[in-house]
Design a protein around this ligand. Structure first.
Ligand code: NAD
Length: 359
């Protein structure tokens, strides 16, 4: 198969981790007889420096016209004092909106080899952690009006949270469909005791549930969900929630599995063209030192093969190679523990490639 991939290396550790993922994709192409064509796209701080825009329109066009997009991370201190519309993160929000990817899917799964890296008690980890958070990505408060103005002599900031039933229904369907492919349990998370948008959310989820009688739907308030994720994460199979709640809960969920450097994500909309990226940021504190963990990005590439290119065997091969690398006792600095062998970013990738086999 021939696939065209738009590659956003971004800022900080972005270029070094993306490079490793491309090396793994090249090996997959060689083993399975595929051709992956890469088109570089500037986005984030590097695009501000080069083009004066965190995502120039022609760069967005390259992404929309690709078969999928692989992203490292954007942002850094250098651009922190820029006005809102010129921040690197604005490029990311515009990319998600421009690609129409309304569903962000983040697995929270513990690798048995890394059970010790979880900050949770062993008795909790031993019950198992394996769930997915399906987060609405292009609506809600992040996309509402933001303004700061003088009201009655006081500086007042306003952020508007809006959801319509169509936006809720399309993400709800992704939640139900995902649950159908897993343990058939869907937990809808909202704040319906306070927010109108959450009351509508809950109503739409229950209306949809009638179409999915094989999926068990439950409701949970977001504050309770934050507690339950650390108290008993084994209770969750699929969690579906709105943009800001999902942003916060998915970071919490990633933390309990060990390192944020290990976790991939996919963002999908109505077409097969998806956006794939690790869940962490650009980690400026470790950029350029060859110590970043590239596994989250490598597993994001595996998700791209599985969900956008219909290449499940190739995706399995990458996941097995990561598992074999961990089994052999190698660890990057972020997940290093006693008795293991510490490796850098490039060497980690080389060891994963060494373990790649055609199934
Ligand atoms: P971060 O995720 O970049 O870093 C948090 C901590 O985790 C740091 O100590 C970092 O060294 C470590 N870390 C992150 N990824 C790692 C990896 N692969 N291997 C080893 N250690 C890793 O979060 P932050 O420090 O809050 O943000 C830094 C910048 O990234 C900011 O400009 C922020 O806006 C941006 N950011 C971008 C994205 C994105 O591009 N999707 C997401 C989050 C944050």
């Amino acid at each position: 198969m021939i696939k065209n991939i738009a590659v956003i290396r971004g800022d900080g550790i972005g270029p070094e981790i993306v490079e490793q993922a491309l090396r793994v994709l090249d090996k997959i192409a060689e083993l399975y007889g595929h051709t992956f064509n890469y088109t570089d796209v500037d986005m984030g701080g590097c695009a501000i420096d080069k083009w004066g825009d965190p995502l120039p329109p022609e760069m967005l066009k390259k992404c929309v016209e690709s078969d999928s997009v692989l992203l490292g991370a954007v942002g850094g201190n250098k651009w922190n004092d820029m006005p809102g519309y010129m921040r690197p993160e604005k490029g990311l929000l515009r990319l998600r909106a421009g690609m129409g990817v309304y569903s962000n899917n983040r697995p929270a799964k513990i690798w048995p080899q890394l059970a010790n890296a979880s900050p949770l008690k062993k008795s909790i980890v031993d019950k198992g952690i394996d769930f997915i958070i399906v987060r609405e990505l292009i609506g809600g408060i992040y996309f509402g009006e933001h303004k700061t103005e003088d009201i009655d002599g006081k500086t007042t900031a306003i952020d508007v949270l809006t959801y319509n039933e169509e936006e809720i229904e399309r993400i709800g369907r992704i939640g139900f469909e995902t649950a159908r492919k897993r343990g058939r349990k869907l937990c809808s998370v909202e704040k319906s005791n306070v927010l109108d948008s959450s009351r509508l959310w809950k109503k739409v989820m229950h209306r949809l549930a009638e179409e999915y009688p094989d999926v068990q739907l439950s409701d949970m308030l977001v504050d309770n969900c934050a507690m339950q994720i650390v108290k008993d994460p084994s209770q969750f199979d699929v969690v579906v929630t709105e943009n800001m709640f999902g942003d916060i809960l998915s970071d919490e969920a990633s933390m309990i599995t060990g390192s944020i450097g290990m976790i991939p994500s996919s963002s999908l909309g109505a077409t097969a063209c998806g956006l794939y990226e690790p869940i962490h940021g650009s980690a400026p504190d470790i950029a350029g030192k060859d110590v970043a963990n590239p596994v989250g990005t490598i597993l994001s590439a595996a998700m791209m093969l599985r969900f956008s290119f219909d290449m499940p065997k190739e995706a399995d091969a990458i996941e097995k190679a990561v598992s074999a690398y961990l089994d052999a006792g190698y660890r990057t600095a972020d997940i290093m523990s006693e008795g293991m062998t510490e490796v850098g970013c490039r060497q980690c990738c080389e060891l994963i490639i060494h373990n790649l086999r055609k199934e």
